[in-house]
Structures are given as structure tokens and as C-alpha cells.
Design a protein around this ligand. Structure first.
Ligand SMILES: Cc1cc2nc3c(=O)[nH]c(=O)nc-3n(C[C@H](O)[C@H](O)[C@H](O)COP(=O)(O)OP(=O)(O)OC[C@H]3O[C@@H](n4cnc5c(N)ncnc54)[C@H](O)[C@@H]3O)c2cc1C
Length: 289
């Protein structure tokens, strides 16, 4: 790793200008828990890191009637310690709470987790099932991208040269909805997911049928996967073991994992079926309060 400059712009425009000028030789720096490890391993040939944490918009964390805004520089511990977020967005907390240990969580951000685009990124599937939207600024202005479309491959995203993720906006959940995320790792901390599942359910007024369901799968494909067939199989169905088991089996089919040192294809598919079952039940429990 060769020496690089550190810049800490105070506005989005300044940050975008540095990123655009330096192209692939500059990268945004949020918590640095991925970036510095990767720079040391020579994944990036960096001239400049652009610290985004002096920009007010990236540091905002706000719960309003419209939803939850998570600035891209906000560390995980601030997210999972926020009482309103715990109450209204438990699926976001499920993800933020297991990213590394406490030291990592004091620096690591949800924005960095998303931009790093690891298929195992623990905050990404919860964001997907909540229908979260990434707000991006760049040389040609601002744009919004649904989080489910943000990651394009392992480590790659829709971000173009000079673009910066400013914030993630999570719409306010409706009454009668519930969300949960869980991953499997051989160790509780300091390990990435072998497989993970986020589920968000919207129940009918009586609370005994599914109205709509979103299911997203982690670490079982080149990107986090929105399991559309599994989720839509539950629309209008009664909440019972048969409907849940059918959805879990479809999620298993929609997973397309590889075998590596963390797990085999068979093990990962098996885990997806089990965790999907658990997370649908947990999301229903949360929806019913
Ligand atoms: C010991 C250890 C344990 C870990 N455990 C887990 C785990 O359990 N689960 C998990 O999911 N991850 C884990 N990680 C990975 C990492 O901590 C997370 O991915 C974290 O959320 C990254 O956030 P960050 O703020 O540190 O990102 P950074 O390292 O600052 O950035 C990550 C990438 O995103 C880019 N980037 C950052 N912010 C922006 C932005 N606003 N706009 C555009 N691009 C941006 C950077 O240039 C870089 O390429 C672990 C890492 C370590 C070192």
C-alpha cells in the first residue's frame, strides 16, 4: 500500500468534485472497516480517500412521518441504539447489530456496507425488504435507486465515476407489518454470513392472512437476492405451516450459492429454507405485536 492523501470535504459538491477528478484512484471513506482492509490488500490503488463524515447530509439520522433517513456516514451503533428505530424498524436493527463486534460497529456504516456490495452484507437484505431507496449525488446531479437494484455483482454497484451515496431512505412501515433478519455463521461475531434471510410481511386487517411479503437472501448469489417467487407465493394466503413451508422451499430454489470455505451449495440452500421459515414466523410475530 503506497501513501495516499486524506481529504474531508464539508459539502457534497466538494466531495463529488474530488471523486470525479481522481476517478478510480479516489474512494469515499465512511467507517473504513472495508476500505482500509482492501487498500492494504491492494484491491484499490488509491491516491486519495474522501472522508464523507464532515458533510452534514451524510451524518443525518432521522425518523419522521415519511420514514427513516440514514445518512451514509452514520455508524451502526447510532442506528441500533436509537429507541425509535428499534421500535419501528427492528429489521434494520437486526442487521446493524451483527456487523462485526462493538469496535467495528462504532465505525462501520450501513452506507458503507451497501456500497461495499458483498453478497453477505448484513444490512442489505433488511433494506431491500423494507423497500429502501438509495439517494445518490454525482457530477450530473442527484438520482434515486431502489436498494434491490443497487448491487450489480460482488463488490460492484450502480455508482458511476464521481458519484456518492448520500443517504438511504426507508419508507415508514404500515400498521400490521413486521420485519426480521437473521444469518447463519459458525461463530456469533467477527464472521460473515454463510447464508442470511430478511423477511417483511404485511398482514390483513384480521392478522390471519398474508397480504404481501418480501423476502431477500444474503450470501447465496453474486448479489443479495430479492426472492420474488417466494414472497409473492404468500400473497393472500393464510398464515400456516403449509404456506410458510411452500415459500421457504421456493426461496431455496431462488438461491444460487457457490461452494467455498464457508459452506457448500447444499448447506447454503438448506440454511435458506430453514432461516426463511424462521424469519417469516418472526416477522409475523412482530407484525402482531
Ligand atoms: C473484523 C470485521 C468484521 C466484519 N464483520 C462484518 C459482518 O459481520 N457483516 C458484514 O456485513 N460486514 C462485516 N464487515 C465488513 C464491514 O465492516 C462492513 O461492510 C461495514 O458496514 C462497512 O462500512 P464502512 O463504513 O466501514 O465502509 P468503508 O470501509 O468506509 O467503505 C466500504 C466501501 O464502500 C465505499 N463507500 C463508503 N461510503 C460510500 C459512500 N457514501 N458513497 C459511495 N461509496 C462509499 C468505499 O469507498 C468502500 O469501497 C466486517 C469487517 C471487519 C474488518
Amino acid at each position: 500500500m503506497h501513501p495516499f492523501s486524506y481529504v474531508a470535504p464539508k459539502t457534497i459538491d466538494e466531495a463529488v468534485a474530488v471523486l470525479e477528478k481522481n476517478g478510480t484512484r479516489a474512494r469515499p471513506f465512511a467507517g473504513g472497516t472495508d476500505l482500509l482492509v482492501q487498500a492494504r490488500a491492494n484491491k484499490w490503488d488509491l491516491d486519495t480517500v474522501v472522508d464523507i463524515k464532515k458533510i452534514p447530509e451524510t451524518m443525518s439520522l432521522e425518523v419522521s412521518q415519511e420514514g427513516l433517513t440514514i445518512g451514509s456516514g452514520v455508524p451502526c451503533y447510532q442506528v441500533y441504539n436509537n429507541e425509535q428505530i428499534k421500535k419501528e424498524y427492528p429489521g434494520i436493527v437486526d442487521g446493524a447489530l451483527i456487523i462485526g463486534g462493538i469496535q467495528i460497529q462504532s465505525r462501520a456504516t450501513i452506507g458503507g456496507n451497501l456500497c461495499n456490495a458483498a453478497p453477505s452484507g448484513d444490512s442489505i437484505c433488511p433494506l431491500i425488504v423494507y423497500n429502501a431507496v438509495a439517494h445518490i449525488s454525482g457530477p450530473s446531479g442527484s438520482r434515486e435507486v431502489a436498494v434491490e437494484d443497487f448491487c450489480t455483482g460482488p463488490g460492484s454497484t450502480v455508482l458511476q465515476n464521481g458519484e456518492l451515496l448520500v443517504k438511504i431512505v426507508v419508507p415508514k412501515p404500515n400498521a400490521g407489518s413486521g420485519t426480521a433478519y437473521q444469518r447463519f455463521t459458525p461463530r456469533n461475531e467477527m464472521d460473515i454470513a454463510v447464508a442470511g434471510v430478511a423477511v417483511s410481511v404485511q398482514l390483513n386487517n384480521n392478522g390471519d392472512d398474508f397480504e404481501s411479503v418480501r423476502i431477500a437472501l444474503a450470501a447465496v448469489g453474486p448479489t443479495p437476492i430479492l426472492a420474488n417467487k417466494a414472497g409473492s407465493s404468500l400473497s393472500g394466503k393464510p398464515i400456516n405451516d403449509d404456506s410458510i413451508s411452500e415459500a421457504a422451499s421456493l426461496a431455496k430454489e431462488e438461491a444460487s450459492p457457490i461452494s467455498d470455505m464457508r459452506g457448500t451449495i447444499e448447506q447454503r440452500k438448506h440454511l435458506i429454507e430453514i432461516i426463511t421459515t424462521r424469519m417469516i414466523k418472526e416477522a409475523v410475530k412482530r407484525a402482531r405485536g
